[in-house]
Design a protein around this ligand. Structure first.
Ligand SMILES: NC(=O)c1ccc[n+]([C@@H]2O[C@H](COP(=O)([O-])OP(=O)(O)OC[C@H]3O[C@@H](n4cnc5c(N)ncnc54)[C@H](O)[C@@H]3O)[C@@H](O)[C@H]2O)c1
Length: 448
């Protein structure tokens, strides 16, 4: 038996879409694994799973509930299973290897965000897509959320006239924000900094809402809270000597799935899921401020905060005839008491509980006029309802009409990360950075 092949023998062809997945971490086995089997099992089937960690891929197979073969060697999986579609859910900085090879080996590729982490890898993906004629889809779930979609409709309707500037601020709380600093996301060479890993969602929303391309970026950022900023640090939360003293103590032993997925398989690759967020090798920014100029002359002021007491965001579109304001989860706006420690788990929840909590708000104020309050249904689970709509489009009805252009391809994937990469470069080189310095794509005022 070849060394990269682990187990399973189902190679028989059926009429269902044949899917292979690389990266059986939490996103791979839940959203792109278990949920896909549960919701779309009549039209898709898994033909292969791959991960560098042999224990994690075996657990993933059980968790997803499939009988397909498992591999630790990616090319072997592709050659033996010949999937129609490859799903890439590995560590961000490795996405490009699998996207490019996957296209070259004959599959369409659906990659998790961020598409990749630097401009050379981005170029490689765009070239491979062109060369092979195969297609890249980027899993931008936020676009499909109920609230972002309503905002997009108002912008398409030109409700407050031409938009001239945008204020956009995103707050990660001391649970969700901290989680990035415990894992590989805290290291620049793995996640490209949160300007790429996390803000790719937000920059993609901006590009889509404004229907224009970014041309220039200026940014500031620093690491002032996590990493080496604390006076003490341990090796990992389990058995740490500072459990009583550390407000960020995280008890992974209470989560059976995490124990089975990560802790049980540490022995293979040393991936410590409850790593110390005060460790010295954290080298990303924990506060970020970015200004973006668009080809249609819109200017954006964006910020990302990672140690906020509450999780949420607010945005305002300033138009020549008025202003559109919206926000999510700012506690005193809705006079609600939100349990911050549970918020992120609810956002990631794929149980499709259909849990609905009152409504979201959009305020439209007219210059010299009154304001209109627009109430939007609130969906807490699956990233504001975006997760399920994204998967319906990909698996259930790929040819469905898409009047608001929710579907995202490689150009969208590129344009969103290029803002983050330009912001990173701007911080390092202390100067504004043009998108055209990083990529051949010509920014368009109106993407049409
Ligand atoms: N769209 C969203 O809302 C959303 C949410 C969560 C995660 N994600 C994305 O999903 C991806 C995975 O995130 P996660 O939280 O599941 O991380 P994770 O650390 O749980 O999983 C990553 C997996 O990739 C595997 N891996 C790493 N390098 C590999 C390689 N060279 N070959 C094969 N396998 C390799 C690891 O062993 C691990 O099992 C990331 O790109 C992340 O940005 C997106």
């Amino acid at each position: 038996m070849a060394p990269g092949f682990i187990s399973g023998n189902t190679f028989a062809k059926t009429s269902k879409k044949r899917i292979a997945l690389v990266g059986t971490g939490i996103r791979g086995i839940t959203f792109w694994g278990n949920r896909v089997v549960r919701e779309y099992g009549d039209v898709v089937e898994f033909v292969g799973l791959c991960d560098i960690n042999p224990g994690r891929v075996e657990f993933g197979k059980k968790y997803i509930g499939v009988s397909c073969p498992t591999f630790t060697n990616f090319e072997e999986m592709m050659a033996r299973t010949k999937p129609d579609m490859l799903i890439v859910t590995t560590v961000d900085a490795t996405h490009h290897q699998f996207v490019i090879k996957g296209l070259e080996m004959g599959a369409d590729v659906l990659t998790e965000k961020p598409m990749t982490t630097d401009e050379m890898k981005c170029k490689g993906i765009l070239e491979a897509e062109k060369r092979t004629g195969k297609k890249v889809i980027v899993g931008f779930n936020y676009r499909y959320g109920i609230l972002p979609t309503r905002v997009k409709e108002l912008l398409v309707e030109n409700r407050v006239g031409k938009i001239t500037s945008v204020d956009f601020h995103w707050y990660l709380n001391t649970y969700h924000g901290a989680s990035y600093f415990r894992r590989w996301h805290g290291e620049r060479d793995k996640g490209g900094t949160l300007l790429v890993h996390k803000a790719t969602h937000h920059f993609d929303l901006l590009n889509w809402w404004l229907d224009s391309d970014p041309v220039e970026v200026n940014a500031y950022g620093a690491l002032e809270f996590y990493g080496s900023n604390n006076s003490f640090r341990g090796e990992k939360c389990r058995n740490c000597g500072y459990v009583d003293k550390c407000k960020f103590y995280y008890d992974i032993t209470k989560d059976k799935t995490y124990m089975d997925l990560y802790v049980a398989n540490e022995k293979y690759d040393g991936y410590i899921r409850d790593n110390c967020l005060w460790r010295e090798d954290v080298d990303i920014y924990d506060k970020m401020a970015v200004q973006i100029k668009y080809a249609n002359d819109v200017t954006v002021s964006y910020s990302l905060t990672t140690y906020s007491p509450y999780e949420g965001w607010r945005i305002a579109f300033n138009g020549v005839n008025g202003r559109i304001d919206s926000w999510e989860d700012i506690p005193w706006f809705n006079k609600s008491k939100i349990e911050q420690s549970k918020l992120h788990a609810k956002e990631m929840d794929q149980s499709d509980s259909k849990e609905r909590e009152d409504y979201e708000q959009i305020m439209v104020a007219d210059n010299f006029g009154d304001y209109e309050e627009i109430k939007v249904e609130k969906a807490r689970g699956g990233h504001g309802g975006g997760d399920s709509r994204l998967q319906d489009k990909i698996f259930k009805d790929p040819n469905a009409a898409d009047p608001l252009k929710h579907a995202a391809g490689s150009r969208d994937g590129a344009m969103s990360i290029l803002i983050g990469i330009a912001a990173r470069t701007s911080i390092e080189q202390k100067r504004p950075v043009k998108i055209e310095e990083l990529c051949d794509i010509k920014p368009m005022p109106n993407r049409g």
